[in-house]
Design a protein around this ligand. Structure first.
Ligand SMILES: [Mg+2]
Length: 143
């Protein structure tokens, strides 16, 4: 199953203001992810849903944050099998990035039976790709 990070496992609400200005401070926004608090209910929900499936974390965070992201996951006891991130320099929307990643996972032989995401655009994308989706409402959707 594929699981989003921001808004599902990690609470990115405290850094959304960095995207609110006229010039969106994407670098500072991403760097601030290291201090995000966890979302315990989201982490527990994923633990209950996984049921022996492979947990593929699929995030629109750029790949340059792989070190801080994996350290954050370890620090908060999140279990995962695979981490798929946005390629650095890929400025497409989250659903476009995730649709491409989903196609790549399927091409590699991964069965994607379920998705968990807090972005309604991603939920729609997963649904249209035939993946049942659990939608969590975070209230912010940029990442
Ligand atoms: Mg999200």
């Amino acid at each position: 199953m594929v699981v989003d990070v921001d808004g599902v496992l990690s609470d990115a609400s405290r850094r959304q203001h960095l995207l609110a200005g006229e010039v969106r401070a994407w670098d500072r926004f991403f760097e601030a992810s290291v201090t995000d608090p966890p979302i315990p209910e989201g982490i527990r929900l994923v633990e209950h849903l996984v049921g022996g499936r492979t947990t593929i974390l699929l995030t629109a965070r750029p790949a340059r944050l792989v070190g801080t992201t994996t350290a954050w996951l370890d620090r908060h006891g999140v279990e995962w099998d695979m981490l798929v991130m946005r390629a650095d320099g890929d400025h497409r929307s989250s659903p476009d990035v995730k649709a491409t990643a989903l196609a790549g996972l399927r091409a590699d032989g991964h069965q994607v039976e379920l998705a968990v995401d807090d972005d309604p655009r991603n939920a729609e994308m997963y649904q249209s790709a035939g993946v049942p989706t659990v939608y969590l409402h975070s209230g912010y959707y940029d990442l």
